[in-house]
Design a protein around this ligand. Sequence first.
Ligand code: NAD
Length: 495
Amino acid sequence: MLDQAAIDALRRTQIPVQSLLIDGVWRPAAQGGTCAVTSPIDGSPLTTIAEGTAEDVNAAVAAAKRAFEDGRWSRMAPATRKRIMHRLADLIEKHALELAVLGVRDNGTEISMAINAESGSAAATFRYYAEAIDKVSGEIAPTPAGTLALLHREPVGVVGVIVPWNFPLMIGSWKIAPALAAGNSVVLKPAESASLSLLKLAAMAQEAGLPDGVLNVVTGHGSVVGEAIGLHMDVDVLAFTGSGGTGRRLLEYASRSNMKRCYLELGGKSPNVVFADAPDLEVAANVCANGIFRNAGQVCIAGSRLLVERKIHAEFTARVAEIAASMTIGDPLKVSTQIGAVHSPEQLAQNLSFVERAIAEGANRLIGGERVLAETGGTYMSPAVLDNVAPDATVFRTEVFGPVLSVTPFDSAEEAIHLANATEFGLSGAVWTSNISTAHRVTMGIRSGQLHVNTYGGSDITTPMGGMKQSGNGVDKSLHALDKYVDLKTVWMKL
Ligand code: NAD
């Protein structure tokens, strides 16, 4: 149960000026630059972070490489590494509310969501990969008598981690924890507008006993710090979550530098496919509304397209709109808020223009799609339900990353599969039906990394999270994520 008084006390705390973490030392950017951090809750200034440059990235990568090569972490006894990562998980749990509130102050997610999705999942992630350290090992291949072939899983070296402003703590942990568990060093670049919770996490990692230089943090602009990490010859693997446009740039940086492996977790345009025989249409309507409108739609797996069987289309869509209209929008640090702040004025303007364009392209706006609560100084938007969206409309195909739901009717399972696949994305989705054959046929037909049946968004650290098509490659979470951060080495011996 969240304590509103405790949250209110934490939101009033002064946030100090933030530094970079390089080789275990907190320091300002080499060129002295800073970036202002503004709260989307009320537009107020929160603090400043260091504006790193390529000079800082070079120092961070050099420190990470030194730490890797001298084995202070990469060759530390597995049981000791495991203890340090568990200690970090303990610290995250101990300061869960503080971390969650800090994150909400710069990114605008509802605290009711952030406490589990950010702090809770970060702790679970560090625990899970801590346990993997002394449980995942190499292999002996079944080669002929007189030979022995050892398959070693070697850490790659220096991992560059670049993450977005939504759920930075969760997504950052999904990459940092397995990279560290595999024995690598990390250079982390959070989003310039939402770095605070990850900087706090790095301080906790130090407190937990992670050796200097193993986790470095360089804050600043993507086009400067991110580019320098992407182009660096000593960064061996890049683990990225963000937009497709930045993902393309990272592939380009890799090809222009050392051909580093790039793992990309990108956008989505995920479908909720609702058949008339769904076990409980009221539950489905509630979950569909929450699956797109919580966190103001700023969720990569948001169910942003509702595909509804025509015979229930009008009634079901009206119910989703009714639920959406009743959701509480506003201050994300109020426990009762269901739709928090849009992350920035730029994001808000983009969301609103998507709604206008959808209407111009023939959609019927049932509700929402307008700026609200402007008097607070924050960036808030009412949830938009756009009905009868044609499959060639921009809003059907393009990720909005805001509280905008497009609705399209279908007549058959084949048509539903076709519509579900009619975007460049393949991140998530769901099927709602009582017919197990329909559920199986449709989930097998949709090209997406994670699909749900009669629910939406369910997952935990044991299940992989990744996209197909232009939603990316590689996965976060589960033991499969470890594969991104190791090289397989074969040693063949003649005995
Ligand atoms: P973004 O691509 O603008 O930024 C992501 C990160 O990349 C930030 O740290 C940014 O500073 C950095 N960056 C920007 N330009 C760069 C450059 N030229 N070189 C290197 N780094 C650069 O994305 P965003 O707006 O922060 O995040 C929203 C996007 O992230 C949405 O598309 C969303 O779907 C996606 N996302 C995907 C997942 C997933 O798991 N698939 C999860 C969350 C968010």
